[in-house]
Design a protein around this ligand. Structure first.
Ligand code: IPM
Ligand code: MG
Length: 351
């Protein structure tokens, strides 16, 4: 297969982890006879510095024309500490999600056999966890009306949802559940928020189309607690943008490290693959960041192109590296810590 992949390294550790994902993907392509063309493009603080805009039109054109987008990370402390900044790197990510129509963010949570004891949670609670948080990505409070009034002394952000936005996400959720454990949990705050009541009403109306799926409805505050207590109770969770943002960081604790969790963002055309972690500026340029989340995101890309064996080859070699202790310092625990690039080299060689 010929694949044209837009490569958006972004900020902080983005370029370092992306390099490793490219190495591993190229190794997979060589082994299975595929041809990958990488199309690099600017995004985030790097794009602001170069052209004054975090998601330039040129980058959008490259992404829209690609078969998939592989994305590193976005964000820079220079902007985090300056609330008055008018242009922010994160705006690039949001604009990209919106312009590419990536309304469904798939964030799987699973455990790695050799890392179970690295999680702060007890083995018996987490072993065998296999859930997907399907986060709505182009609506809600991230995109609602916001602003200031009363001379700047009052600020507001609005959580708006339209029925069709909930329907298209829930449809993906039901379809995923059908292929997995046939359980769907709609997570909301319907005891307080009107938008959540629309979520519930919409999902309830869809239940009869999927009679085999067992549907439950839970409040997000309760799920924040139950997710780390009983993660095995969940199969597919569907939830609004902000709730999903928060719950997926929380869920990463189950697997032992944020550095491990991949994601895909789906719409009707091109899909995007990115680690769920941020740009980790403290580690930028030091060659110490864990590249596995990005590499596992590349595995999701292959999987979505129906290159199942290729995806499995990546997951297998990642498991092997973890079992053999070829890990970056976040997972080394007193043992030898490998550099980001050494982990990438090892994985590519062992594909
Ligand atoms: C994520 C991140 C982003 C988000 C930030 C960087 C804007 O936290 O992808 O989870 O909030 O969506
Ligand atoms: Mg987040």
């Amino acid at each position: 297969m010929k694949l044209n992949i837009a490569l958006l390294a972004g900020d902080g550790i983005g370029p370092e982890v992306i390099d490793q994902a490219v190495k591993v993907s190229d190794a997979v392509a060589a082994k299975y006879g595929h041809e990958i063309t990488w199309a690099p493009a600017l995004t985030g603080a790097a794009a602001i510095d170069a052209v004054g805009e975090p998601y330039p039109d040129e980058t959008h054109d490259i992404c829209a024309a690609a078969d998939a987008v592989l994305f590193g990370a976005i964000g820079h402390p220079r902007f985090d500490n300056d609330p008055s900044a008018k242009v922010r790197p994160e705006q690039g990510l949001l604009k990209m999600r919106k312009k590419l129509g990536l309304f469904a963010n798939v964030r799987p949570t699973f455990t790695f056999p050799s890392l179970i004891d690295k999680s702060p949670l007890k083995r018996e609670r987490i072993e065998g966890t296999d859930l997907i948080i399907l986060r709505e990505l182009t609506g809600g409070v991230y995109f609602g009306e916001r602003g200031r009034k009363d001379d700047g002394n009052t600020a507001f952000d609005t959580m708006t949802y339209q029925r069709f936005e909930i329907q298209r996400l829930a449809k993906k959720g039901f379809e995923m559940a059908m292929k997995r454990g046939k359980k769907l949990c709609c997570v909301d705050k319907a005891n307080v928020l009107e938008s959540s009541r629309l979520w519930r009403e919409t999902v309830q109306a869809m239940e009869k189309e999927y009679p085999e799926v067992e549907v439950s409805y839970e409040f997000v505050d309760a799920v924040a607690m139950r997710l780390v207590q009983w993660p095995k109770d969940y199969d597919v969770i569907i939830t609004a943008n902000l709730f999903g943002d928060i719950l997926t960081d929380e869920a990463s604790v189950i697997s032992g490290s944020m550095g491990l969790m991949p994601s895909s963002s789906l719409g009707s055309e091109v899909s995007l693959y990115e680690p769920i972690h941020g740009s980790y500026p403290q580690a930028a340029g030091k060659n110490i960041a864990n590249p596995l989340a990005t590499i596992l995101s590349a595995a999701m890309l292959f999987e979505d192109k129906n290159l199942t064996e290729e995806a499995q080859a990546i997951r297998d070699v990642v498991n092997k590296s973890l079992a053999e202790g070829i890990v970056t310092e976040d997972l080394a625990e007193g043992g030898k810590a490998y550099k980001t690039s050494e982990v990438g080299d090892w994985l590519a060689k062992n594909i």
